[in-house]
Design a protein around this ligand. Structure first.
Ligand code: CP
Length: 303
């Protein structure tokens, strides 16, 4: 994977996804310590982030590398009118790899076309968040020892949630059954459904948690993406539509594990955090070894 950009999970075969998961798990056991010595990461965040930016930075530091960048576009020269393309052409000369988050769908692909170093998409609008998906799959593999054969539900804002777009597409390369639960106005995009169905993945679409009538191994909960609604009244109609609490978990069965890419607003009760069903903070912590693996692979530090 040396020199390769990470833009969309669509660009990765099942074998490549499995290889990334396996390397992340080996990194978490201490392999390749110090492998990013002398490498420089540039983090360009045009949208807010806690987990993605800090875990990329933490991953780089943990493997002996260094980090430059900005966490807020208002302190970059885009504020003076510089184009994204010019920003990338400039920064590409300062680093070995770029991690970028941007509001515009397709921006990461554009950046990868003008950069001479690998570009890693840390989220482009409502489109894709591939590195979140890799850490989600690492978490699932850790928890269950496999991905094939699992029943995975996705709940909440499936229209604007880039994490679920990426995760659904990646999971459709495995033998899984998917259950999508969302209000009618926040359904999984038709184009994503068509891709998943085209691979022969079994799926159902529901609008209420109470409609789930088969056991799930994973329920992947998402926040309603307030910032992506053009119409605030439309947001208010669906805000607070779902809330996971101990009663809901009880109805889903003892086997279920609750995941969430975070940040959470109010869609999971804090009382659930101490439950053995809740694995979302462990999931967030897997951002470090997963991103260590990805940085190592694209820079060639991990062969
Ligand atoms: N999961 C995720 O992308 O979190 P941040 O927005 O905090 O990076």
């Amino acid at each position: 994977m040396q020199g390769r950009s990470i833009i969309s999970v669509r660009d990765f075969s099942r074998d490549e996804i499995q290889q990334i998961i396996d390397i992340a798990l080996r990194v978490s056991r201490g392999e390749w310590a110090g492998a990013l010595r002398d490498k420089v990461l540039a983090t360009l965040f045009f949208e807010p982030s806690t987990r993605t930016r800090l875990s990329f930075e933490g991953a780089m530091v943990a493997m002996g590398g260094r980090v430059i960048g900005f966490a807020d576009a208002s302190v970059s020269s885009t504020k003076k009118g510089e184009s994204l393309s010019d920003t990338i052409k400039t920064v590409t000369g300062y680093c070995d790899v770029i991690v970028m988050r941007h509001t515009i769908e397709g921006s990461a692909r554009l950046a990868s076309e003008v950069a001479s170093v690998p570009v890693i998409n840390a989220g482009d609008g409502a489109n894709q968040h591939p590195t979140q998906t890799f850490l989600d799959l690492v978490t699932i593999q850790q928890e269950f020892g496999r991905i094939d054969g699992l029943r995975v539900g996705m709940l909440g804002d499936l229209k604007y949630g880039r994490t679920v777009h990426s995760l659904a597409l990646a999971l459709s390369q495995f033998d899984v059954k998917l259950t999508f639960v969302a209000p009618a106005s926040l359904r999984m995009p038709e184009s994503t459904i068509e891709e998943i169905a085209g691979r022969g993945t079994a799926y159902v679409e529901l609008s209420e948690i109470g409609d789930i009538d088969e056991p799930l191994d994973v329920l992947y909960v998402t926040r309603i993406q307030k910032e992506r609604f053009g119409d605030f009244q439309e947001y208010e109609r669906v805000a607070g539509a779902y809330r996971i609490d101990q009663d809901v978990i009880g109805s889903l069965g003892d086997q279920v594990r609750i995941m969430h890419p975070l940040p959470r607003v109010d869609e999971i009760s804090e009382q659930v955090d101490s439950s053995p069903h809740a694995i979302y903070f462990r999931q967030a912590h897997n951002g470090i070894p997963t991103r260590q693996a990805l940085l190592g692979l694209v820079t060639g530090a991990i062969p």
